[in-house]
Design a binder for this molecule. Structure first.
Ligand SMILES: NC(=O)c1ccc[n+]([C@@H]2O[C@H](COP(=O)([O-])OP(=O)(O)OC[C@H]3O[C@@H](n4cnc5c(N)ncnc54)[C@H](OP(=O)(O)O)[C@@H]3O)[C@@H](O)[C@H]2O)c1
Length: 246
C-alpha cells in the first residue's frame, strides 16, 4: 500500500526545487497536495509535472491574508489536513556591514514569521496523527559568512519544532525539522559567485563529496511526514551529506 494513501498535504513553495520534489513524491505515495507559491506560471508548470491530485494556490507565504486564503481553499476542498510542509524560502547574502532592515525583515517575514502563521491557520483542520515538517537548513548549526538573517531564521525553526512538539502533545501531532545540506536547486543561483564556484566550495566541505538531489530531500520529508517516523517528534533530521556534522 502507498505510504501516504488518502492523506492531505499542504506544501509552501512547491513550484521548484525541494518543495516540488516533495509534492511529486507525496502524490506518488497516494497523497493529495495543496501547493502554493507566488508565480502562477510556475504553479501551472508544477501542477502539470505532478499530474494528478494537486491543487494550486497563488499565495505569498509571508502574507497573512494569503495564508488565510490557503487555509480557506483547503477547508472548502478537503476540510482536513494531515501533513504541513513549511518549505518556502530564499537566500540573499549580506555581511554585517551591508545588512539592511529590508533584507532582515524579508528573510524573517518569510522564513520565521510565515511558518508560525501557516501552522496556526491550518492547525484547526489537522487530524490526530498529523505531521508537520519545517524545512530548515544545515546552516542553522554552521557559521557561514554573509548569512546572518538566513541562518537565524533556520535556527528559529529548530526552536519551533521543540516548542510545538510539547504544545501539540495532546493533539497527537508530531513536528520535526528537515535540515537539508547544499542541494542542487535554483536557489543556488541566488548565491554569491558563479554556480561552479559555489558547487566547488560546497563539495570541498561535504563528507559525501557531492551536492544532494532534491529527490533525496523528498525521501527524508516522506519519512517525517509518514507513519514511518511515528515515534519521532521535536527532532532535526539533518539530510546534509555530513556538512553540518564535521
Ligand atoms: N537548496 C539548498 O541548498 C537548500 C539547503 C538548505 C535549505 N534549503 C531550504 O529549502 C527550501 C526550498 O529551497 P529550494 O532549494 O528548493 O529553493 P527554490 O528551488 O528556489 O524554491 C523555492 C520555492 O519557494 C517559493 N517561494 C519563495 N518565496 C516565496 C514566498 N514569499 N511565498 C511563497 N513561496 C515562496 C518559490 O516559489 P515562488 O518564487 O513562485 O514564490 C519556490 O517554489 C528553502 O526553505 C531553503 O531555505 C535549501
Amino acid at each position: 500500500m502507498s505510504t501516504l494513501a488518502g492523506k492531505i498535504a499542504v506544501i509552501s513553495g512547491a513550484t521548484s526545487g525541494i518543495g516540488l520534489a516533495i509534492a511529486q513524491r507525496f502524490v506518488a505515495e497516494g497523497a493529495h497536495v495543496f501547493i502554493f507559491g507566488r508565480r502562477q506560471a510556475q504553479l501551472d508548470a508544477a501542477a502539470k509535472l505532478i499530474g494528478r491530485n494537486v491543487t494550486t494556490i497563488q499565495a505569498d507565504a509571508s502574507n497573512l491574508d494569503d495564508l488565510d486564503r490557503v487555509a480557506a481553499t483547503v477547508k472548502e476542498e478537503k476540510g482536513v489536513v494531515d501533513i504541513i510542509v513549511s518549505n518556502a524560502g530564499f537566500t540573499e547574502q549580506a555581511s554585517i556591514d551591508t545588512i539592511t532592515p529590508e533584507h532582515f525583515d524579508k528573510a524573517f517575514n518569510l522564513m520565521a514569521r510565515g511558518p508560525v502563521f501557516l501552522v496556526q491557520k491550518l492547525l484547526p483542520m489537522m487530524t490526530g496523527g498529523g505531521s508537520i515538517v519545517l524545512v530548515s537548513s544545515a546552516m542553522h548549526v554552521m557559521g557561514i559568512a554573509g548569512h546572518t538573517a538566513y541562518a537565524a531564521t533556520k535556527a528559529a525553526l529548530r526552536s519551533y519544532a521543540r516548542t510545538w512538539a510539547a504544545e501539540f502533545k495532546d493533539r497527537g501531532i508530531r513536528v520535526n525539522l528537515l535540515s537539508p545540506g547544499a542541494t542542487d536547486t535554483p536557489i543556488l543561483d541566488a548565491q554569491s559567485g558563479t554556480r561552479e564556484e559555489l558547487v566547488d566550495m560546497y563539495q570541498s566541505m561535504i563528507p559525501l563529496g557531492r551536492l544532494a538531489r532534491a529527490e533525496e530531500m523528498a525521501s527524508a520529508a516522506l519519512f517525517l511526514a509518514s507513519g514511518q517516523s511515528s515515534y519521532v517528534t521535536g527532532a532535526d533530521l539533518m539530510a546534509d551529506g555530513g556538512i553540518g556534522q564535521v
